[in-house]
Design a protein around this ligand. Sequence first.
Ligand SMILES: Cc1cc2nc3c(=O)[nH]c(=O)nc-3n(C[C@H](O)[C@H](O)[C@H](O)COP(=O)(O)OP(=O)(O)OC[C@H]3O[C@@H](n4cnc5c(N)ncnc54)[C@H](O)[C@@H]3O)c2cc1C
Ligand code: FES
Length: 269
Amino acid sequence: MNPAVPQPGRVVRRRQDTADTVTIELTGAGQPLPAFQPGQFAMLTAYGVGDVPISISGIEGARPTHTIRAVGAVTRALCAARPGDLIGVRGPFGIGWDLDAAAGHDVLVVAGGIGLAPLRPVVERLLADRASYRKVSVLVGARQPAELLYPDDLARWSAQAQILTVVDRPADGWTGPVGLVTTVIPAAAVDPATSVAYLCGPELMMRFTAQALISRGVPAEQVQVSLERCMRCGVGWCGHCQLGPLLICRDGPVVPYPVAEPLLSTREL
Ligand SMILES: Cc1cc2nc3c(=O)[nH]c(=O)nc-3n(C[C@H](O)[C@H](O)[C@H](O)COP(=O)(O)OP(=O)(O)OC[C@H]3O[C@@H](n4cnc5c(N)ncnc54)[C@H](O)[C@@H]3O)c2cc1C
Ligand code: FES
């Protein structure tokens, strides 16, 4: 496959998750779509509009899913796609989560907002092979209850893992904790010293969360974060996604926190 040429994928299912977020399930139109690993991303093309990097949010079976928040022209066009519509797919790109690192360990999965999308396949993998891991805690922060993604999955996961949800702004009926996702770290059932942590969300959230975990005893090199930068080629050719010495499309998006830490305050050009 030429990584510069999008392969056609057909939308077979579309679910409106929240007011501005949609999950689409794709199937190969002509040939099967490639297999993705948790944490990897595709460049999705809205034909006639443009292409953007979007993580894989589900990889069970032959049909990948992507969860997309409409923030601009391309993501709005992708969110508007209906069953039967064609979308271009390039990928898989990037280095995903190192799940081998978690075998035999306690596991912390910490997501902020749409950051739960690339972590959803992590939780599914952990729970599909539950005996290989010790305690698993999934901490999810959202701006408000209506923005919490995958409520059905959260309920299903709670049979096998500790699920802690927290919102910045409560609404009527919300009885859970209020604040940033760091608020619920002390309630996580895991032993920090033996934990591996997977973090995805806004950079500030990842920085504060990583610092909080490390100060509680999680070894810094056991903390993995997923970085976001503007992408064009997705394969290390164009330089758009450069962050310090890294090309995020090729060397990331998932990197160990000690690699990300000195780069996290770097603004995008
Ligand atoms: C590796 C990687 C994986 C990603 N995975 C996902 C994913 O699974 N789901 C998803 O929805 N997005 C994901 N993104 C972000 C997504 O690529 C951007 O939201 C998208 O490129 C915006 O393109 P646009 O043309 O729609 O908006 P633009 O016209 O580029 O931007 C519109 C406005 O939104 C702002 N904006 C851009 N990106 C974001 C953002 N992420 N959040 C808030 N505001 C933003 C811009 O600053 C601008 O003001 C990922 C990005 C990377 C690098
Ligand atoms: S997007 Fe082109 S080098 Fe990373």
